[in-house]
Structures are given as structure tokens and as C-alpha cells.
Write a protein that binds this ligand. Structure first.
Ligand code: NAP
Length: 427
């Protein structure tokens, strides 16, 4: 038997597992949890911290308030601690900047104490098998120097966030200098941007529009193309009745529907989140193009109804062969840099849980976010962000974090007469 066994290991320490750590802490749960995070310190989408970018969800949907508005981990308490509460009120908005929200999340993580070990990229989760039964999980993690550490846990919660999506035609460019995903934007901008570059941004969602607007205003003034498959950049529907689908009660409602009805519902409301951008940002972009027309420039281009058919390297850059759009014939454009704002994908089979697939009896988590496992497999495996098909569009977003954390904490709670152990034990 290993010397130390954690009740719970959490893979990833973004908002979902942070909300869970807080829920465990505040419920004085005896579950001893250890979270492992690949980044060297807390950071939430650091390469999409574009100056001027706002949150798309109200600060009242923070890590805790919908579960317990009196929690010390609320955004309001963060503002109070930072001495900005009154000035934030004067702004008359529900939407902090992404910089401020990241600061809030980091403040909450620090306030929890040493519950997370950073610089630990989990590379494998294996079942520790004894006489055909499994009571323990072995979790292997690597630091930036490649040193491996193995830890053992009775339960696991997976919350690593989505994986950047690379369309097939760009697969060969992965790791190269000419094509990056939006998730690496700020680092690439700092390292690469200089006057005279030709840059394409691919996609028509919030990331694409934020990056395009940021580059359009950059002093290096690159030649910029925004390439989208659709005809127009569409606004995210955040109107009041529609926004109710992100309410906590909708999880039960959607889960109770038959699969076809759920799929229809998700399709119907996809434009609340996918391939859409904030209306104010769309208006800003339209102004940019209008003003360029007034002044007679051509630096910014919108290539609509355009598909990238193939990609080839040319020197340090790439050439995109594109079809559709205003040109009848395929067009060929050379770029120094292409930024894929093509969204994120989540597939359990591509995560560190792949090693446990033989023990899984199904791929859909239950209502309590627990994966169905074989009878002789005792560890409970929870997932955060892999249940959109059954739990609704809020599953990959921030809206239901406090409620989901509470539900997972409750499912993990041992019988009430169990011996109490410290929750936030230092490693
Ligand atoms: P997204 O909404 O999934 O949009 C992806 C875009 O990529 C779509 O326009 C899609 O085009 C396009 N695309 C996908 N595959 C393609 C292909 N093979 N060829 C060409 N285009 C392709 O992704 P996102 O904009 O990164 O947003 C993801 C999430 O992050 C959303 O929840 C968003 O609200 C959030 N976000 C928030 C902020 C903020 O809080 N300020 C900032 C950025 C992102 P089609 O429309 O043709 O499918």
C-alpha cells in the first residue's frame, strides 16, 4: 500500500475544480482533496487576456454566490478586499473585465491555501488492480523539467478544460511558427508582431472577433483578414428569457428529456454560445470597416462564406487555398501568421481517463457528473465540462459552477460518522 492516499485528486485547477475545492472547504467536508495543475501558478486563459475584453457572464454567477451568497469567496468580497467595491458599483455593470475576473479567481485560489500543486501536468491515470478489483487510482504527473510524481487517490475529478480545435487541413502546421491557436494568442503576439506582417484570423466566434479587433488596433498595423465560413458575424443571444437556459434548474430539466429532445434543445440554443460574438464588439468591428471605407484603406478584410481547402508552408509562413466568398475561382493567399479561433473540443477518450476506458460501462456521466464504472471498480470518477449533451449548454461555462461543485461534494461525502480529517492538508 502507498504511504499516502488522497480521498480525491482533481485534475486541473481552473474555475470548475476551484469551485469544488471551495465547496468542500465550506462544507467542512472530511474529504481530503489534492488538485494538480499543469500551469506554474493560477492563471485563467492567460493567452486570451486581451485588454478591454469583458466577461460575458454576470459577476453574480461567481464561484459561490448561487450556492451561498454569504460565502467569503464571492466576487463582492473580493472587491471589498481589494478596496474597489464602491468604484465597481459606480461602473453600473454586471460584467467585469477578464483581467479583473482572472484576478478574482487567483485571489480565491490563494485564499484557499495549499490545496493545489502547480507545475504538475497529469499524464496518466491508472487503476490499481488487486484480485480483479480496483480500490485505488495511481495518478502520474510531470513537472516542467520532466520529473514524474505518482500519487494515489480513492476518487478523481477531471476538469482540464477544452482542447483547442485544429481543423484537419492545419494538422501538419501544428508546432510550427506560422499557425497558432487562439489559446496561445497573447504569447504569440508579444513574440511575433512587427510591422509589415500579413495575418489571417479564422473563425467568427467571440475569440476571432476579440483577436481581430485587438490586432486591428495594434501599432504594428498588420494586414488583417478575418476568414469565416458563414455570411455574417452573428450576435450571441443573451436576452433575458433565453438566458434562463443557463439557470441551475435547467440542468434537471434537460437531463430528464429523451436524447432527441435534448439534442434539439441544444441545437435551438447554440447561438447563445457557439460561433457568436457580443453585439457591442460586432458594432465596434463594423465601425472599423466603415471607417476604413471612408478613408479608402484596404488593410482590414472580411472574407465571408470562405472555406480553407488546403494549407502549405512557404518560407516561414503559409499559403491558404480558399474556396467560396466573393471570388468565383479558388483564391490563394500567403500569410506570415494564421490564428485559429476555431473553438475547443471535449472528448473523454482523449483525456488522461483513456487508461480507465476498459472499466467504464458507459461514456455518459450520470446526473451527479459521475461516470458509470464496472461493479468491482470502487473509485468514483467525476467529470466537469464533459456533460453538455445531457446537462445543457451551461456545462462548459461558468453559470452552474457553484451548484455543480455542491452536487459533486455531496456525492463524495462519506457517511456522516466517518472520522474527520483536515480538508486542506499541505503536501
Ligand atoms: P466558438 O464559439 O466555438 O467559434 C469557433 C469558430 O470557429 C466558429 O465561427 C466556427 O465556424 C469556426 N470554425 C470551426 N471549425 C472551422 C473550420 N474547420 N474552418 C473554418 N472555421 C471553423 O469558439 P470561441 O470563439 O473560441 O468561443 C469559445 C467559448 O469561449 C465561448 O463560450 C465564448 O463565449 C468563450 N469566450 C469568451 C470570451 C470572453 O469572455 N470575453 C472571449 C473568447 C471566448 P462556423 O460558425 O462556421 O462553425
Amino acid at each position: 500500500m502507498p504511504d499516502k492516499i488522497h480521498d480525491l485528486i482533481g485534475v486541473g485547477f481552473g474555475p470548475s475544480n476551484l469551485a469544488l475545492a471551495i465547496a468542500l472547504h465550506e462544507s467542512a467536508s472530511p474529504v481530503q482533496a489534492r488538485f494538480l495543475e499543469a500551469r506554474p501558478a493560477f492563471a485563467w486563459h492567460p493567452d486570451m487576456m486581451i485588454d478591454g475584453a469583458d466577461m460575458q457572464v454576470s459577476f453574480l454567477k461567481d464561484l459561490v454566490s448561487l450556492r451561498d451568497p454569504t460565502s467569503g469567496f464571492s466576487f463582492l468580497n473580493y472587491l471589498h478586499h481589494k478596496g474597489r467595491l464602491e468604484r465597481f458599483i459606480n461602473r453600473k455593470t454586471f460584467f467585469p473585465s477578464r483581467h479583473e475576473y482572472n484576478d478574482y479567481l487567483g485571489w480565491a485560489a490563494a485564499r484557499l491555501g495549499p490545496v493545489c500543486v502547480y507545475d504538475q501536468r497529469v499524464t496518466a491515470v491508472e487503476a490499481v488492480e488487486k484480485n480483479g478489483a480496483v480500490d485505488l487510482l495511481a495518478v502520474t504527473a510531470q513537472d516542467a523539467q520532466g520529473h514524474e510524481t505518482q500519487r494515489f487517490a480513492r476518487n478523481l475529478v477531471l476538469a482540464p478544460g477544452g482542447q483547442p480545435f485544429w481543423p484537419d487541413c492545419f494538422a501538419d502546421q501544428r508546432g510550427g511558427p506560422a499557425v497558432i491557436h487562439a489559446c496561445d494568442y497573447i504569447t504569440a503576439r508579444q513574440a511575433r508582431l512587427k510591422p509589415g506582417l500579413r495575418i489571417a484570423v479564422l473563425g467568427g466566434g467571440q475569440s476571432a472577433v476579440e483577436i481581430f479587433a485587438d490586432l486591428a488596433a495594434h501599432p504594428a498595423a498588420p494586414q488583417l483578414d478575418l476568414i469565416l465560413r458563414g455570411h455574417a458575424i452573428r450576435p450571441a443571444d443573451d436576452s433575458a428569457f433565453v438566458n434562463e437556459i443557463f439557470g441551475i434548474g435547467y440542468t434537471d430539466r434537460l437531463f430528464a428529456l429523451p436524447p432527441e429532445a435534448r439534442s434539439a434543445f441544444l441545437r435551438d440554443f447554440a447561438a447563445t454560445n457557439y460561433s457568436v460574438a457580443d453585439a457591442d464588439l460586432i458594432a465596434r468591428l463594423y465601425e472599423l470597416f466603415y471607417e476604413q471605407e471612408v478613408q479608402g484603406g484596404t488593410r482590414l478584410r472580411l472574407l465571408r462564406e470562405t472555406r480553407v481547402a488546403s494549407v502549405r508552408s512557404q518560407g516561414a509562413g503559409v499559403v491558404l487555398e480558399m474556396v467560396g466568398g466573393a471570388e468565383a475561382a479558388p483564391q490563394s493567399e500567403a500569410y506570415d501568421l494564421v490564428i485559429l479561433a476555431t473553438g475547443y473540443r471535449r472528448a473523454l477518450s482523449e483525456t488522461v481517463l483513456a487508461g480507465l476506458l476498459p472499466w467504464m460501462t458507459g461514456s455518459q456521466p450520470g446526473r451527479d457528473y459521475r461516470l458509470p464504472m464496472a461493479p468491482r471498480f470502487a473509485p468514483q470518477i467525476f467529470v466537469q465540462g464533459y456533460s453538455e449533451a445531457t446537462h445543457g449548454l451551461s456545462d462548459t461555462l461558468l453559470s452552474v459552477l457553484p451548484a455543480r461543485a455542491q452536487e459533486i461534494a455531496a456525492a463524495l461525502a462519506p457517511p456522516s460518522d466517518a472520522a474527520r480529517r483536515p480538508v486542506l492538508a499541505a503536501e
